[in-house]
Design a protein. Structure first.
Length: 441
């Protein structure tokens, strides 16, 4: 699993489940729970089915008003508000919990118990089971945020003064300057004090805040506000609403002066009201790149000691690619790298290993074309150069290789940054790429 954490939504299967909620929470919950119910008792339950069912069980508990609100995000809370609590769901959830807790037949439970965190997993399931059992008395009313709701938080521990915020839209609050000594002062502040709109987990905050009433939202706090975010490694930025609606990719120049898309919890809201939290901004590409260099300096230095800048500079990685091509065929390899070159599939950059494989494929294509010296192919793999494809397949491979070779030197390429961090080796990489591009022209 790429993501692994102690909560019901802290794994990849749960993330996929949350995506499915957008089309309808009732269908997603039923699908996840019935997948367990349809599996014969004693049969193996894989980690993805178990992870999705765990998340579905928590969503049922939320819908019944017995959810662990502090441990879930706004997407889950909003979905729970759209899920009609039903006794059948609750019973299915209890049955599913018993199945995914069984280490003998549940991959999820077995993985948790491979290390020292098994008791934490067991305790989490037991807590969820207790909440679902408590829901047998029927659903409790869910607190739902409404536009105009005014809430207060203590300005400091044991302080009678409070900071004030107002719900101005889905996932968005207006935070008013200063503090208020009373509810009447707070409601008056909403009418006339300066305020800043911020993204926030509204449903979670509503359960911890002091409700103060509902007041019409001022005209200057209405309308669509966009927030900026960083996407990708270095040059990617986006603009979107507080609920991630209307998202579009933009340049840094468009994003730089827009408030950053950063969720504000209770402490951040308090800091905004007290003037201790300036509006955050996205980092420049230069700052993001400098941070990557600082974070990876030691690791990149170690990689430079055991690899070289060329497309075949990591023999172990190259051997894996060659074996994969032998196992699945050259035609599949050409299709895979073609799809990557035109953006039909890919990976998050910077990412040295897949970048190396793409670079290596471009080098192999140059060897296939006979325009690059075979002396560049590593001696340990001398008998394992993949067979040359013919006709249109070679042309397709060449078109992909031209694009992939150029990507080695793009702003978000880890290979470029790795070698630029090594004295004059950046020049060596650029020279090799230029030679390869010439061979592929």
């Amino acid at each position: 699993m790429g993501t692994w954490g102690p909560g019901p939504f802290d794994n990849d299967a749960a993330a996929d489940f949350l995506d499915q909620l957008q089309a309808g929470p009732a269908r997603a919950v039923a699908s996840a729970l019935r997948a367990i119910a349809r599996t014969p008792v004693g049969s193996y339950i894989d980690v993805d089915a178990g992870g999705a069912a765990w998340a579905a069980c928590e969503l049922v508990a939320l819908a019944f008003g017995h959810g662990d609100v502090a441990a879930v995000d706004e997407v889950a809370l909003d979905s729970a508000g759209r899920l009609v609590p039903k006794e059948e769901q609750r019973r299915l959830a209890l049955d599913a919990l018993a199945r995914i807790a069984n280490r003998a037949t549940s991959e999820l439970a077995a993985l948790w118990h491979e290390g020292s965190e098994g008791p934490e997993f067991d305790a989490s399931l037991a807590h969820l089971r207790a909440r679902l059992e408590a829901a047998s008395a029927g659903p409790r009313e869910l607190l739902k945020a409404k536009t105009g709701d005014v809430i207060g938080f203590a300005s400091a521990p044991d302080s009678p003064a409070m900071v004030v915020a107002q719900v101005v839209g889905p996932g968005e609050l207006a935070v008013f300057e200063g503090t208020c000594a009373s509810e009447s002062a707070a409601l008056e502040a909403v009418k006339n004090r300066p305020a800043r709109r911020v993204p926030a987990p509204v449903s979670q905050l509503l359960r911890r805040a002091r409700p103060l009433g509902n007041v019409p939202v001022r005209k200057d706090l209405k309308g669509r506000k966009l927030y900026a975010g960083e996407s990708g490694a270095i040059t990617g930025y986006f603009l979107a609403t507080a609920k991630a609606g209307g998202m579009r990719m933009v340049s840094y120049d468009e994003a730089r002066d827009v408030d950053e898309f950063r969720s504000h919890g209770e402490d951040a809201i308090r800091a905004v009201a007290l003037g201790a939290h300036p509006a955050p901004r996205v980092r420049s590409p230069e700052a993001r790149e400098a941070e990557l260099f600082a974070e990876n300096a030691a690791r990149w230095a170690a990689r430079r000691d055991v690899t070289t800048p060329g497309p075949f500079g990591d023999v172990e990685s190259l051997e894996q690619l060659v074996q994969w091509m032998a196992d699945y065929g050259v035609e599949n390899a050409v299709q895979r790298f073609h799809d990557e070159s035109v953006g039909m599939q890919g990976y998050g950059r910077p990412n040295e290993e897949p970048e190396r494989q793409s670079f290596a494929f471009a080098g192999i294509v140059a060897l296939w074309r006979g325009t690059w010296s075979l002396d560049l192919w590593p001696a340990p793999l001398s008998a394992r150069l993949p067979p040359v494809p013919e006709g249109p397949l070679l042309e397709r491979a060449s078109a992909a290789a031209r694009i992939l070779a150029a990507q080695v030197l793009t702003r978000d390429a880890e290979l470029r940054m790795l070698w630029e961090g090594g004295a004059d080796r950046g020049a060596s990489l650029r020279a090799i790429v230029a030679s390869l591009q010439g061979a592929l022209a």
